[in-house]
Structures are given as structure tokens and as C-alpha cells.
Write a protein that binds this ligand. Structure first.
Ligand code: AMP
Length: 224
């Protein structure tokens, strides 16, 4: 199963993505994690992405398509993958359909995490993230140790107020149209029935609730 997680920053895609991936026994791919690792390692990819990331802007589609292409061809991902924050623009959604199509696969489900912007700003401003394993924490001071791996908790540069505002703007302007793109695809392929692929199932989630409850709803929405 290839599953796309869509939703604004801070909506809980990462946390739920881990859970869904482990329950389905498939890996997760988060472009944000790939890019942060590249920035830390100062690779060419990292150098290309760093400034845009720190401002809270999106990195160019070509960069993301390169990461998608390489990662999705890995044998470990042949059975399926949970894509967290990987699709953030319509050209990326089109590119993903193409890359998966070349591998004889398709997007099976799109999970849309919905939360109001005030709540997101509140969550992101209180968030620290492990430098090592990227685990997020709410209300824990920078400099303290990660419960999972012992790494140091830091405030991500893009969790500063100005960058948060840019990320919300990028979501509204560039990612929200992706939701309509997938919904249209789901509808037209349902109606037409005779297509060379089925459209994805689009599941809307109220991402404000209890973490366990959301996981249950997600699994049900996926028919599991
Ligand atoms: P995230 O960890 O998902 O919040 O991503 C952190 C940052 O990485 C984003 O604010 C973007 O600058 C960049 N990024 C991650 N994924 C993408 C993507 N699919 N398209 C464009 N930029 C991305």
C-alpha cells in the first residue's frame, strides 16, 4: 500500500506516520527528515536545501522528485510506503504518480490531517525535536535528552515564529491545491471505473483528537 500523508506542519503526520508504517509493516519516507540529514552532513543536496528550509519555504520540486525517485526504487519499499510530507505541490503529486507508475504502482490512499492554524502555531512554537532520531516533543526544553535515543533536543530553526508563518503560507498556497487534485482523481476514476488505474481513497481526519483515537480512525479508513 502506498499512502500519502497530507496536512499542514504540526498536524501530527510524523507521529501517525510512524504508527501506520509499523502497523502495516512498511517503511516511512519523510522528505523533511531526508533533507535535514543532508543539511547536517553538508552534502550537495543539503547545501541546495538549507536556506529555503530555514526560511520555512519549500525546496524546489526537482529536488523532491530526485529524492522520491531514488527512495521509491529501493527494494525495502517495494511492498509499499508511508509518504510523510513528500507531496506538497501539484507538480510533486504528478511526479509521484509518474514515478510509482513506472514501478507498476500507484497511490492507494491519501490521509488528510485537518487542524486549525492557531492550534498549529501553538504546537510548533512549543515543539523541540531530537537532533538524532527526529522525535518531536511538546513543552520540553532545548538541551534536554531524547527519551528514545538519548540525543539532544533542539528547537528547529523553522519552528521559530517567522518561519512558522512562511510554512503555513506555503501550505495554504501550494499544498492545499494538492488535496483537490487527489479528490478530483479519486472521483473521476470512481465514476469512470474503466481507467488504467484506480484513484486513491481520500480520508479526511480531524487531527485535533487523542493520538490513539486518530490511529484507530486511520486504520479503519484504510480498511485495516
Ligand atoms: P517537514 O519536516 O516535513 O516539516 O519539512 C521541513 C522542511 O523541509 C519544509 O519546511 C520544506 O522546506 C522542506 N521540505 C520537506 N518536504 C518537502 C517537499 N515535499 N517539498 C518541498 N519542500 C519540502
Amino acid at each position: 500500500m502506498n499512502i500519502v500523508l497530507l496536512g499542514p506542519p504540526g498536524a501530527g503526520k510524523g507521529t501517525q506516520g510512524e504508527r501506520i508504517a509499523s502497523r502495516l509493516g512498511i517503511p516511512k519516507l519523510a522528505t523533511g527528515d531526508v533533507l535535514r540529514a543532508a543539511v547536517t552532513a553538508k552534502t550537495e543536496l543539503g547545501l541546495r536545501a538549507k536556506a529555503a528550509m530555514e526560511r520555512g519555504d519549500l525546496v524546489p520540486d526537482s529536488v523532491i522528485l530526485g529524492i522520491m525517485k531514488e527512495a521509491l526504487a529501493e527494494p525495502a519499499k517495494a511492498k509499499g510506503v508511508v509518504l510523510d510530507g513528500v507531496v506538497r505541490t501539484v507538480p510533486q503529486a504528478e511526479g509521484l504518480a509518474r514515478v510509482l507508475g513506472e514501478l507498476g504502482r500507484q497511490v492507494d490512499a491519501v490521509l488528510l490531517f485537518e487542524v486549525g492554524e492557531d492550534e498549529l502555531v501553538r504546537r510548533l512554537s512549543a515543539r523541540t525535536t531530537c537532533e538524532g532520531c527526529q522525535a518531536p516533543y511538546t513543552g520540553r526544553e532545548p538541551g534536554t535528552a531524547c527519551d528514545k535515543c538519548g540525543g539532544k533536543l533542539v528547537r528547529r530553526k523553522d519552528d521559530e515564529p517567522e518561519a512558522i508563518r512562511s510554512r503555513m503560507k506555503a501550505y495554504r498556497e501550494q499544498t492545499e491545491p494538492v488535496v483537490a487534485w487527489y479528490e478530483h482523481r479519486a472521483r473521476t476514476s470512481d465514476d469512470a471505473k474503466a481507467r488504467d488505474h484506480n484513484g486513491p481513497r481520500v480520508v479526511r481526519l480531524n487531527a485535533l483528537g487523542d493520538i490513539d483515537e486518530i490511529t484507530k480512525i486511520v486504520m479503519k479508513g484504510l480498511g485495516k
